[in-house]
Ligand binder design. Structure first.
Ligand SMILES: [Zn+2]
Length: 577
């Protein structure tokens, strides 16, 4: 994804930092043909003023990109983006307006790399689209279109990306972006809008045979998987609902060169709020059509995976919904297997404790100078023997003041085949009055606070995630997600009650979801506990006291044990039935 950033060189760095000569600017404006209706005196004044605004915004832009610290807060991004937006609003004819839109797009895109809030990426898309719409003749117009297409791809809308790339090549055939767009069009050929059925590519013995179809309803999305004897080639399309015929909106995916046995063709009712049902059938001699009748979805993604070969359709709801895990084998209607530990009735044996930060990364620092990395280590060290006394094997991602990469922490837990992963942190806010405890599991942030906490915790990572799909695949470890939410609930509940017993001012901020690097890729239930706000002077004082630390460790301990006991009772009930 980094490789697909729009070329910053097109912004003309030197040109940006040096105020343009008035005359030169005016001739540029005339050349652009955007000023013909404006009186001469106005624009000259406006342009100078606009130029000053632009310089100021660019200064803030660089200051933000230079400072990891500033990048941790949503507000800092908003402020710079707003400055650029104000230029476009107030001086749409100023030659800096398109540059401003471009910079806003770049900023939103970078922000998304930190926040993983999809809305930020969509805002980037809108900025680039708007640039192209308002200033189709600007030198950045084709750059903007390329960026828009890349984002559409990233958002999973490859059909739209195909159309945007095609539009770029058609309208700017000689521009410096056309080459890349042409390559993309070739790569995305399968997503071209279809006019007529394609000639058969595979048939008879070469055809891929559909062997099964299953679905999983998850808290945040529903996944439908079609299994086959080989790699599927497919094209996805959407149809609007038709109130006249009562047909719901639907999505259909054609599997080219595929055949499906009759016994897999009966409709499967899902009715989980996202999808009504799925249907599959032999559309023509060598095309299998999968139809999803949609109840209400926000977005979808289609991709193929191998070993075994399968086509995966994820549909995502407007907001998270908790339907409980109903993971059913679509064919038989039986419940799919529980996580292995539960199946075997083994429950939990190994727990990885992950004291946040360490070494060169102090984490958040309180107003009195207390460092998060020291608190988290103390809490984990205290928690460890409590759990060991209960017979669990406890491993720590660090047991000294050392720096450990975020991805190395999860990798360690995976390698040790740990059953639980508990990351321990203290929270921070720029507002010193903010206080309370909250527990996270992996997901899409629902509110500003959650995404800000993720920004804060993710900031130190030197790892950049290559691809949004990767995150989604990890989110798709369905049992982990559900179990993680149960674990988070148990810890949050015990932690809040444990602290509130003795400290009446403790606030319960609840269980939340956000895209924490440190939780991504964990192959076991994984949570991140924000034990208190170190940025709150009163909480900071408490966090440095042994009594409060013990209280936190004891409460997290009780939360973990409560979760494990519940797990055990679920699996023993299963054995009885
Ligand atoms: Zn932290």
């Amino acid at each position: 994804m980094l490789a697909t950033e729009p070329p910053m060189a097109t912004l003309g760095e030197e040109e940006m930092d040096r105020p343009l000569k008035t005359r030169h600017l005016f001739s540029v404006l005339l050349a652009l043909g955007v000023m013909t209706a404006t009186p001469a005196a106005g624009p000259l004044w406006a342009k100078t003023y606009c130029e000053r605004l632009y310089e100021s915004a660019r200064k803030d832009y660089y200051a933000l990109l230079d400072s990891d610290r500033k990048q941790r807060f949503h507000d800092n991004w908003d402020k710079v983006i707003d400055k650029f937006a104000a230029i476009v609003d107030q001086y749409p004819e100023c030659p800096r307006a398109p540059d401003s839109l471009f910079n806003a797009g770049v900023l939103y895109r970078k922000l998304y790399r930190k926040s993983w809030v999809k809305k930020d990426l969509e805002s980037a898309l809108n900025s680039f689209k708007e640039l192209n719409r308002q200033y189709p003749k600007n030198k950045l117009a084709d750059d903007a279109l390329l960026a828009a297409a890349q984002i559409q791809e990233e958002l999973g809308d490859r059909g739209a990306a195909y159309i945007t790339y095609s539009d770029l090549v058609k309208r700017y055939p000689k521009g410096d972006m056309a080459g890349e767009a042409r390559q993309k069009i070739k790569l995305l050929a399968a997503y071209a809008p279809r006019r007529s059925p394609r000639p058969a590519k595979r048939s008879g013995s070469a055809a891929v045979r559909v062997t099964d179809i299953k679905y999983w309803s998850n808290p945040d999305y529903t996944r439908v998987v079609v299994y086959g004897t080989g790699r599927f080639e497919y094209s996805a399309n959407q149809l609007r609902g038709d109130s006249a015929t009562g047909k719901p909106p639907r999505m259909y995916i054609d599997l080219d060169g595929a055949v499906v046995p009759q016994d897999l063709c009966s409709p499967i009712t899902i009715s989980d709020g996202l999808l009504l049902r799925t249907r599959m059938g032999q559309y023509d001699r060598d095309t299998v059509r999968l139809v999803l009748d949609i109840d209400s979805i926000e977005d979808h993604r289609v991709f193929t995976m191998e070993n075994p070969s399968r086509l995966v359709v994820d549909v995502i709801g407007k907001q998270g919904k908790f339907t409980g895990t109903s993971s059913r084998d679509a064919e038989t209607g039986r419940e799919s297997p529980l996580p292995l530990a539960q199946q075997l009735g083994l429950g939990v044996r190994t727990i990885v404790l992950d004291p946040g930060h360490g070494g060169k990364d102090p984490g958040a620092i309180g107003p009195g100078g207390l460092k998060e990395k020291d608190v988290t280590l103390a809490l984990a060290r205290r928690l460890k023997p409590l759990l060991e006394d209960k017979g669990y094997q406890i491993l720590m991602t660090r047991d000294s003041d050392t720096y450990v990469e975020l991805d190395a922490r999860t990798a360690f837990a995976n390698k040790q085949r740990a059953d639980l992963f508990i990351s321990i942190h203290t929270n921070a806010s720029r507002s010193r009055s903010v206080r309370g405890v909250e527990t996270y599991f992996l997901g899409v942030a629902r509110d500003r606070e959650a995404s800000e906490t993720a920004l804060l915790e993710n900031a130190i990572s030197e790892q950049t995630l290559a691809d949004l799909d990767l995150i989604l695949l990890d989110l798709a470890r369905t049992s982990n997600l559900k179990q993680s939410s149960v674990l988070a609930e148990s810890i949050q509940d015990n932690l809040y009650r444990g602290l509130a017993n003795r400290h009446s001012r403790v606030r319960n901020n609840g269980v939340k979801q956000a895209a924490f690097y440190v939780l991504i890729g964990a192959q076991m239930p994984a949570v991140l506990v924000e034990t208190s706000f170190i940025s709150n002077p009163e909480s900071e004082k408490l966090l440095s006291s042994q009594e409060y630390r013990d209280l936190i460790s004891d409460s997290i301990f009780r939360g973990i044990i409560h979760y494990i006991q519940r797990l055990a009772s679920v699996s023993s009930r299963d054995e009885e039935s």
